[in-house]
Ligand binder design. Structure first.
Ligand code: AMP
Ligand code: TRP
Length: 326
C-alpha cells in the first residue's frame, strides 16, 4: 500500500485554512493509503518557543487532529521528537546535502532575514523534513505550496543517496492542494489566512468562540456589486466565502452560484457562517472529550513504536551502506 505523510508544527492556533487545506486532505487520503500524520515539534524549535506553551500546543494539536476526523485506526499518529531515529537519519542526510542547496531555500531566505541572530537549525530544517519523509519511504506528501520546495529537496537528497550508495529510498511526490482549497484572510482576501496575521478579525481558528466566528464571517470584506459569483481576481472576498462554503458542503461552484442567485450578501454570509459554525461546533465538542484523555496516550504510544521501528531499520541500512559503526 502506498504511503502518505504530512506534519504540522505545533505553533499557536490551528486555523480554518489549516483545517480545510491540510487536515481535511488527510481525511480523504486515510481511506486510500497507509497514512502518517505527526506533530513536527522538532521543526518548531528552529524559532524560539516557550516550553510550557510548546507542551500545551503539542497536546492540543494531537487532539485537534482526532477531533477533526483523523481516524486513529487508519493513521499512524505521532510526535516527531519521541522518535530518536529521525534526527539520526537527518544527520546522515545532512552529510549528503550541500550548504548551497540549503541557503537557497526560499523559506530560509525569508526567515533568516526576519531574525537577526538565527540558529543553524533554521538552515538545516529542510533536511529534517526530508528525514521525516524518506525515512519511512513516503510516496505522497500533501503540503501547501510554500512547502513544495522542501519536498523537492527531499527528492534530490533521496536521489543523490540512491546513486551514491544504491537503492535506499522511495522517491516522494508532493501533493499540492488545488487552488480551491487555499483559504484567504477574511479582512484582506488577497492574502492567505494565516495564524501569524496581525489583524485577527480576518482569521478563524478551529477552537475559537463560535459567536466570534459568526461575527468574523458576517463582517468579511466583500465588494459592492451584489453578485454571488466565483471570480477570485475581481471578487476575492466573495470568492473566498464561496470556497469555504464549497469546501465544507461538497457542493460545486455552479450549484452555489445558482442557489444564491439574486440573494444579498448578508443572506449568503449568514449561510456560510451557519456551515462553518456547524462544522466547528462538532470539532469543538469532540476536542473537549479527547484533550488530555488516556485514549490519546495509547494512540501516541502506538504511533511512536511503529515509526521508531521503521526509522531504526532505515537508519541501520544507511549506516551500513555508509560504512559507519562496527
Ligand atoms: P502552516 O500553518 O503555514 O505551517 O501550514 C500548515 C499546513 O496547513 C500546510 O500544509 C499549509 O499548506 C496548510 N495551510 C495553511 N494555511 C492555509 C490556508 N489559508 N489555506 C489552505 N491551506 C493552508
Ligand atoms: N515544514 C512543515 C510546515 O512547516 C511541517 C513538516 C515537517 C512537514 N516535516 C514534514 C510537512 C514532512 C510534510 C512532511 O508546514
Amino acid at each position: 500500500m502506498k504511503r502518505v505523510l504530512t506534519g504540522l508544527q505545533p505553533t499557536g492556533v490551528i486555523t480554518l485554512g489549516n483545517y480545510i487545506g491540510a487536515i481535511r486532505q488527510m481525511k480523504v487520503y486515510q481511506n486510500e493509503y497507509d497514512s502518517f500524520l505527526f506533530v513536527a515539534d522538532l521543526h518548531s524549535i528552529t524559532i524560539p518557543q516557550e516550553p510550557d506553551e510548546l507542551r500545551e500546543n503539542i497536546k492540543s494539536l494531537i487532539a485537534i487532529y482526532i477531533a477533526c476526523g483523523i481516524d486513529p485506526d487508519k493513521n499512524t499518529i505521532y510526535i516527531q521528537s519521541e522518535n530518536p531515529y529521525i534526527p539520526a537519519v537527518s544527520w546522515l542526510l545532512e552529510c549528503n546535502t550541500y550548504y548551497g542547496e540549503l541557503s537557497r531555500m526560499t523559506q530560509f531566505k525569508d526567515k533568516s532575514l526576519k531574525h537577526t541572530n538565527f540558529t543553524s537549525g533554521l538552515l538545516t530544517y529542510p533536511v529534517l523534513m526530508a528525514a521525516d519523509i524518506i525515512g519511512v519511504d513516503t510516496d505522497y506528501v500533501p503540503v501547501g505550496i510554500d512547502q513544495k520546495q522542501h519536498v523537492e529537496l527531499a527528492r534530490d537528497i533521496a536521489e543523490r543517496f540512491n546513486k551514491k550508495y544504491g537503492d535506499t529510498f522511495v522517491m516522494p511526490e508532493p501533493l499540492i492542494a488545488k487552488e480551491g482549497t487555499k483559504i484567504m484572510d477574511l479582512q484582506n482576501p488577497t492574502v492567505k489566512m494565516s495564524k501569524s496575521a496581525e489583524n485577527k478579525k480576518g482569521v478563524i481558528c478551529v477552537l475559537e468562540d463560535l459567536n466570534l466566528v459568526r461575527k468574523k464571517i458576517m463582517s468579511a470584506t466583500t465588494d459592492s456589486d451584489m453578485l454571488i459569483k466565483f471570480d477570485p481576481e475581481n471578487k476575492p472576498g466573495i470568492s473566498n466565502l464561496i470556497n469555504i462554503y464549497i469546501s465544507l458542503t461538497g457542493e460545486t461552484v455552479e450549484e452555489v452560484e445558482k442557489k444564491f442567485d439574486g440573494a444579498n450578501y448578508g443572506t449568503f454570509k449568514k449561510e456560510v457562517a451557519d456551515v462553518v459554525v456547524n462544522e466547528l461546533s462538532g470539532i469543538q465538542e469532540r476536542y473537549k472529550t479527547i484533550v488530555g484523555s488516556d485514549y490519546i496516550e495509547d494512540i501516541l504510544n502506538k504511533g511512536r513504536d511503529r515509526t521508531t521501528e521503521l526509522f531504526k531499520q532505515k537508519y541501520e541500512v544507511m549506516k551500513q551502506k555508509i560504512g559507519l559503526g562496527r
